[in-house]
Ligand binder design. Structure first.
Ligand SMILES: Nc1ncnc2c1ncn2[C@@H]1O[C@H](COP(=O)(O)OP(=O)(O)OP(=O)(O)O)[C@@H](O)[C@H]1O
Length: 354
């Protein structure tokens, strides 16, 4: 583990008591309700909050009972909810600011490559006032990366953006995810965002870690609140098999069968993660005869549990090595006599894969 720590802090009646172990690379979501302590924990990692405890990053002690590495000496990048760029500097100079602070021999990123990664080529001569909210956030992310951090901390970077700007910035965040070789800690309370971006999750509740682990496991655990949320979803890891140009559909394989999704052509072998909502998965006992059903996978009922929606049940379905969730009416479950171990079919509604 490259990042490990333990923090304890009291602010009024709020107590944060959290242990963390983050994987060497990939995005870890700090997830939880408003007030659960996500930002406070992120600030502890940065050294912006005084807490008891310890923190080690890549074998370097950032905090110990007898020692605290000051914030300015921690090689980290911090992206805030609102981009804090220098208004009098053009984008190019805002970016150079972070870059120049690192000695050339210690730089781990290339200026031009970072500009390209975040799609900033055409914006370099502009001032921050002439950028949209999403563009400003992309500059803020690039500036953080150009300081060659060993840890990137992001506090709800899309919180202040409208839906259009969010949609614009998400693909860049997904690209970053594939490119970065450092751990990223991403604070969010939006489940849709997390299912697209994160690999791991630390679930916080009232200042305590309720659960931590791989995202795909936590999402489908019936003992955690995630699977009971209105927008509960599972992630399905797939690989591109090919492209049907006539129908403009991409063929994907997920171990249990083939899926067709309407997307631009992608190269075979490419990994594609699908986020599939529980409300978009319909269970049947036989393969659907209806020609309008494009996607259906053989599955096994793993668990049936209560759902906060009266009249519904939550069904965990094993699809080869992966798991899906299905929220179905109680009545349908009785009619199909669903029980653990049963072989069924999981039909994915069209919008599940759009
Ligand atoms: N200086 C302070 N004095 C008293 N309480 C504080 C102080 N700072 C934070 N808190 C409390 O600590 C708790 C955690 O706050 P924090 O901002 O970390 O939560 P969060 O999960 O990031 O919430 P949000 O999603 O709304 O940003 C909240 O209940 C907040 O009111």
């Amino acid at each position: 583990m490259s990042v490990a720590g333990s923090f304890r802090l009291t602010r009024g009646s709020f107590v944060l008591e959290a242990e963390l172990k983050l994987p060497e690379r990939g995005v870890t979501a700090l997830f939880g309700r408003s007030g659960s302590g996500k930002t406070t924990l992120l600030r502890c990692l940065a050294g912006l909050e005084r807490s008891e405890g310890w923190l080690t990053v890549n074998g370097q002690r950032w905090q110990a009972p007898d020692h605290v590495l000051p914030v300015h000496r921690r090689p980290l990048g911090y992206v805030f909810q609102e981009a804090s760029l220098f208004p009098h500097l053009r984008v190019r100079d805002n970016l150079r600011y972070g870059y120049r602070r690192v000695e050339p021999s210690r730089r781990r990123v290339d200026f031009d490559e970072t500009v390209k990664l975040l799609g900033l080529e055409a914006l370099l001569e502009r001032h921050p006032q002439a950028l949209s909210g999403g563009q400003r956030q992309r500059v803020a992310i690039a500036r953080a990366l150009l300081a060659s951090p060993r840890l990137l901390l992001m506090d709800e970077p899309m919180a202040s953006l409208d839906a259009t700007s969010k949609a614009e910035i998400l693909p860049y965040l997904e690209r970053l995810h594939a490119y970065l070789e450092i751990p990223v800690v991403y604070v969010s309370h939006a489940l849709d965002e997390v299912t697209r971006l994160a690999d791991h999750m630390v679930l916080l509740e009232a200042g305590q870690v309720l659960a931590a682990g791989p995202l795909h496991e936590l999402l489908v655990r019936s003992d955690l609140p995630l699977s009971h949320a209105d927008n509960a979803a599972a992630v399905l890891e797939t690989r591109v098999e090919g492209y049907d140009a006539d129908r403009q559909l991409v063929a994907l394989t997920c171990g249990a069968g083939r899926l067709w999704v309407s997307r631009e052509a992608a190269s075979p072998g490419k990994r594609l993660r699908l986020s599939i909502r529980a409300s978009d998965v319909v269970i049947s006992l036989t393969p659907p005869q209806d020609a309008s059903v494009l996607n259906c996978l053989p599955a096994q009922v793993a668990e049936i549990s209560d759902d906060p929606h009266p009249g519904h049940l939550l069904v965990r379905l094993a699809v080869a090595e992966q798991m899906l969730l299905s929220r179905i009416p109680r009545e349908a479950s009785q009619r199909l006599a669903l029980h653990p171990g049963q072989q069924v079919y999981a039909q994915l509604r069209g919008k599940a894969l759009s």
